[in-house]
Design a protein around this ligand. Sequence first.
Ligand SMILES: Cc1cc2nc3c(=O)[nH]c(=O)nc-3n(C[C@H](O)[C@H](O)[C@H](O)COP(=O)(O)O)c2cc1C
Length: 261
Amino acid sequence: MNKESADPARDYTAGLARVAPFADYVAVNVSSPNTPGLRAWQAGDALHRLLAALTDTHARLDRAPPIMLKLAPEIDDESLEALSEAIEGAPIAGLILTNTTTTRPPGLVSRQRGEEGGLSGPPLAPRALEVVRRAYALSGGRLSLVGVGGIDSAEAAYARIRAGASLIQLYTALVYRGPRLVGEITQGLARLLAADGFASISDAVGADHRASAARGHEATAISSAMARAAASGSGACVIGRPTTSAVAPARAASAGVATRA
Ligand SMILES: Cc1cc2nc3c(=O)[nH]c(=O)nc-3n(C[C@H](O)[C@H](O)[C@H](O)COP(=O)(O)O)c2cc1C
């Protein structure tokens, strides 16, 4: 989008139409911190106008690549939820999470920490990870999520995958560590996946959500068993050492997820 555009939605659609014949996917960036007002397009009327314009243009393309919306790490839960609903029916294949942050997380030591602009790299990682986790939960795993922001190791990439990302992007770490980092990450990922019993990255996408759902089922089964034990006065239920048949299946289910997780 051009900073002084009279019709910003048209800038996006003109860009989409121009690159569509050549692109594998198109990122619609509504989150650069350097274009005043750009982040307003992540929500409300502006978002709906943009989605309508993209839908119209995308439908007319001879070759229509998937569109990914790129969001800011500052997006709050409410806006993310509204956006997840708004994009249903629009040709949005997924979300790129996230752009740089305008906040200055505690612990920055650089003399430049007070400068204006977007901050990338490791200080951004915790929030970018959290936004992936939230978006995966909101979309029930239906959207493709691209994890980006402070990824600099196999462990960081794997955490993003387990939180729900099916693709990973590296920017700042490539500047500091060079292209060898890509090999380090892919080899490290193979090791981490094998250690958790996954056959492929796809199997690990969103694994944290399945593991916590299994823990939730287990907790529910344990508290039901405790309630039953209390009601019967038998006192036969011990947390962590299930003695009732009601708890045992929940444990087995959770162990099954854990070997996949
Ligand atoms: C110098 C620089 C320029 C960037 N330019 C763009 C851009 O033009 N469009 C965009 O969507 N993101 C841009 N980004 C954001 C990155 O694509 C990425 O979302 C962000 O840096 C977080 O990833 P990282 O911590 O691996 O760098 C830029 C980041 C940096 C550091």
